[in-house]
Design a protein around this ligand. Sequence first.
Ligand code: SIN
Length: 353
Amino acid sequence: MRQEKRFRPHYFLLTWHAGEHGGGYVFDITICQLYIMCIITAGCYICTIPLTEKEVVTMPSITITPLAPALGAEVSGVHLHSALDNAIITEIKQAWDKFLVLRFRGQSLTDPQLLAFSRLFGELDPPGPNPYGKPFLEEFPEINVISNVKVDGVPIGNLGDGEAVWHCDMTYVANPPRAAMLHALDVPPSGGDTFWANMYLAFETLPANLKAKIEGRRAIHDATYNSAGVMRKGMKDVTDPREAPGAQHPLVIRHPDTGRAALFLGRRRNSYIVGMTLEESNALLDELWAHATKPEFTFRQEWRCDDLILWDNRCTLHRRDAFDPTVSRIMHRTQIKGGPIEAFQPSPLAEAS
Ligand code: SIN
């Protein structure tokens, strides 16, 4: 019987041996063998790429764009709804120390995702008592709601539609929050802008006579009213700021993370500088507040839905504009626990120079 000879493609691989004698070898291989060789060669090549070059390719990165000369930066190139790479978290924290207020646009987050992102900055600090005496979100008591919306006549959140005056959050307690976040779920077409002011800059630019007057001084931070002027639950009206309930803090603090000096004013209403007459205290506080809230120290946020803003509560003040009461504005807000507030001690060397 005549045996059919099956056609099997063969390739010839010629390699030159460049050794002492020179010369060449010819190998007869199939296409399958050639394929395997290619894979091995590619693998060997990849393994020879230096580690640093590979890191450059895969290194996660975000873009930080300053928003105002005094403070505030936009962080782009990151989605906050999923777990973040450690390198990205470090970049965000460094930007936060530098710019004090960070804005992330286009962040459509659920409440658990907002809470997960907030926890990257420390332990959550549940909101202080609101005028209605119970959390706005039963399922997520760590989230505060800032809103003018009412359902069946009952407010779904705090602060209404009026102006919220300049303040720093919850400084009436011994350990005020280190950070806070606002996540915009519904915003008016105009109005309701929020402003932040840089208190490092306010201190650094304070005239020398005012610096001298506040050196070593402490102030009372009244707990009675919120920034919209609504009395907190269980409080009663204050007739003499010297007797206002609330913590006392140094007027110039040392930021626990950066070590920088910051003016620490809390809120103007019922504030009192300990050890002064009421008149002296009021006159000095008025001067300090007029300086600290100058427009050149501020950043203005015009909200869009899905904006998320993170701010440092120890070295900034914030306030909000009023807005049209017939439109709705809904923000979900978190806070991060802070530690004790320490006075700034100027180093003897800095004073001498
Ligand atoms: C706040 O003071 O935390 C709220 C600010 C705002 O409603 O924009």
